[in-house]
Design a binder for this molecule. Sequence first.
Ligand SMILES: *Cc1c(COP(=O)(O)O)cnc(C)c1O
Length: 402
Amino acid sequence: MTSALLPTYARYQLAFERGEGAWLISTTGERYLDFGGGIAVASLGYNHPHLVEALTEQAKKLWHTSNLFQIPGGETLARRLTEATFADYVFFTNSGAEALELTIKMARKWNSANGAPDRFHMITFEGAFHGRTLATIAAGGNAKYLDGFGPKTPGFDQVPFGDLGAVKAAIGPQTGAILVEPIQGEGGIRVGSTDFIRGLRALCDEHKLLLCFDEVQCGMGRAGKLFAYELYGVAPDILASAKGIGGGFPLGAVLCTAEAGKGMGLGAHGTTYGGNPLAMACGNAVLDVLLEPGFLDGVARKGLLLRQSLAGLQAEHPDVVAEIRGEGLMQGLRLRVPNADFAAAARAEKLIVIPAADNVVRILPPLIVSDDEIREAVRRLGAACGHFEITATQDSKQGAST
Ligand SMILES: *Cc1c(COP(=O)(O)O)cnc(C)c1O
């Protein structure tokens, strides 16, 4: 049967019916260990009792009212996010791309409010991913995503990730902000160095630019801190969040300082669904768990266990695994075999991992994953490596017998 869905995805021949913790159960009853989390979204795994209760209780009361009215759950979640971070204000969206659109608009508006509307340019980085709207594909700069969609939205100047010299050279009279993922996700789990991220902060301070972090993938506990900026000891002016923040319910957020948000007064931005009662119930429930004492330390500790286990995997399979990189429960394996083939081999071992650029597979387990599940996943990764080594072993056996 052909599909009536617009064919923009090459979907696997696999569908899931339900999930439990770090496990997905397919429509044919097979159990998969999910170290992809729907691309870093299922931060608390599947069927988490606290999330299910929060969503179903809210579902019985009220789904949607619009932002014409007070939304108490949104007031609460915004207050909690500001108390836990650098931010003074929060705006809720439905997705990562929308959070990035607002980040871009806010940076432009701040410069405009400062009397410099021509400073609408942003410096962005090669390998970045910021979403699929017209502005965010221009910010990401991936030629494949831009092709055929008309003139590229102006105002984005791209330089190599990690290259402070190139950033400095790119700062011109029209530059108003810098936008960066501290840890690139789609780009292949590339971790910004401390010198690089701190250097960006210093450049922004020196040139009066806004520093904007896209933490849609690396934030909300994934890197072992509530937000990855905490790893670097510097804060951004604006931060975009999404993916894990709703635990699977569509939710994004923009966090900002009062200064960065000063141009965004009455009517400057809006959304119909953003921050509706259902989303706020889920967002508050996710944050309840993340802020439980010891939870984020546990993520960092499990990140180390995962990292050590992956180092063992690389030592055993140096012909398949070229490099391990990441932070916390956001790890990547750069491979010597095609990453899509490797992800398929992992699926054959009932393990889900997700391809990214630079021939990487991403390992993004739910933050509630157990130590035993981490060991089991790495065992399955080892079995997946075996798919690429069997031919070599058979060849050498054949060689020995003739
Ligand atoms: C996924 C992602 C986005 C886009 O989020 P959507 O919810 O798909 O619009 C933006 N930035 C980063 C870093 C992402 O990983």
